[in-house]
Design a protein around this ligand. Structure first.
Ligand SMILES: Nc1ncnc2c1ncn2[C@@H]1O[C@H](COP(=O)(O)OP(=O)(O)OP(=O)(O)O)[C@@H](O)[C@H]1O
Length: 296
């Protein structure tokens, strides 16, 4: 049985794994993120939503070290208490030391490698460390053999969780789209992350694939306690699995709370409908009238 990454935590306690404080990101004349603050709690699924161009990917890129913010602080506190100031770290250190794993909007698998090989490549660092970085180590050290066996066990564990074990020896590029998305998440889990960042994991999935994704993510939360931050357009995924939702519009936070809270927040409805706040009630009444009319 492969080791679980973290201990599940009580989601009722105030124990943020990520704190974003007064984050701003400017691209030339454009303020893509403007004085944004929010927290993601340990062991929870936090969703970042908002209309196109609201700044979601930019926040993600700041958290994962792909962009250096113009201003602000992004701190991550591991379960051990060790704290990292992510805005000061290069992306590879954020992955390696802070244990933040991410997936991208566009799937980035090694399509020519098998499904299993994709998960073994993800554990390359652990294996190389065990080899002592020598050819002799690769060939003979017991530490390497043990690490190699453990890597295969961990890969098999996540293939089972992602319902991909039957496809282990197939090229990753042959998998259907939804299965490739789950493979990316399984690969990220093989690195033993404390914080998993998913960029639109449900993009392009059919309803059956979305359901399989929901099951995989809620299983990760339940069984490993890994905290998850996701950007998502698919509201059925966001509302179904998130504990906490942060809504952005034009680089600023307009709502923050439970899925039920943000779903009924007039500011959020206005942002998605593209109307002014004060017009929301009017528009909702119009929609209700149209729906009523449709029933007769
Ligand atoms: N590297 C960049 N250079 C210049 N402008 C950028 C850059 N990255 C993002 N932007 C701009 O910043 C704003 C926020 O973009 P971002 O991609 O973060 O939004 P988003 O909410 O993720 O949008 P979508 O839902 O369409 O993916 C947009 O106006 C975008 O054009």
């Amino acid at each position: 049985m492969a080791p679980e990454t973290n201990t599940a935590t009580d989601t009722m306690t105030n124990d943020p794994i990520l704190k974003v404080e007064h984050l701003s990101m400017r691209f030339g004349g454009l303020m893509a993120i403007n004085d944004l603050s929010f927290e993601a709690q340990r062991g929870e699924i936090t969703a970042l939503i908002g209309p196109n161009g609201a700044g979601k990917t930019t926040v993600f890129n700041c958290v994962t070290g792909f962009y250096k913010p113009t201003m602000g602080m992004i701190s991550m506190r591991q379960a051990s208490g060790k704290t990292f100031l992510l805005e000061r770290m290069p992306d590879f250190e954020i992955t390696r030391d802070a244990k933040v794993a991410r997936t991208f909007q566009n799937i980035r698998l090694f399509t020519g490698l098998t499904v299993l090989e994709n998960l073994l490549v993800a554990q390359h660092n652990t294996l190389m460390k065990a080899s002592g970085y020598t050819i002799l180590g690769l060939l003979g050290l017991p530490a390497y053999k043990n690490a190699s066996a453990a890597s295969i066990e961990l890969a098999k564990h996540w293939l089972e969780k992602a319902h991909l074990i039957e496809r282990a020896d197939d090229p990753a590029g042959d998998l259907p789209y939804g299965a490739q998305r789950r493979l990316e998440i399984a690969r990220a889990m093989c690195t033993g992350p404390e914080f998993l960042c998913l960029d639109e994991p449900a993009a392009g999935l059919n309803p059956r694939e979305s359901l399989a994704l929901n099951e995989l993510l809620t299983g990760i939360r339940r069984d490993t306690g890994t905290s998850i931050l996701l950007i998502e357009h698919d509201m059925s995924v966001v509302m179904e699995i998130s504990d906490h939702v942060v809504v952005l519009e034009y680089g600023q936070k307009i709502s923050d709370g439970t899925p039920d809270h943000v779903k009924n927040d007039p500011k959020v409805i206005a942002a998605y409908l593209g109307v002014e706040d004060e017009e929301v009630e009017e528009v909702i009444e119009e929609i209700e009238e149209i729906e009523e009319g449709g029933k007769h």
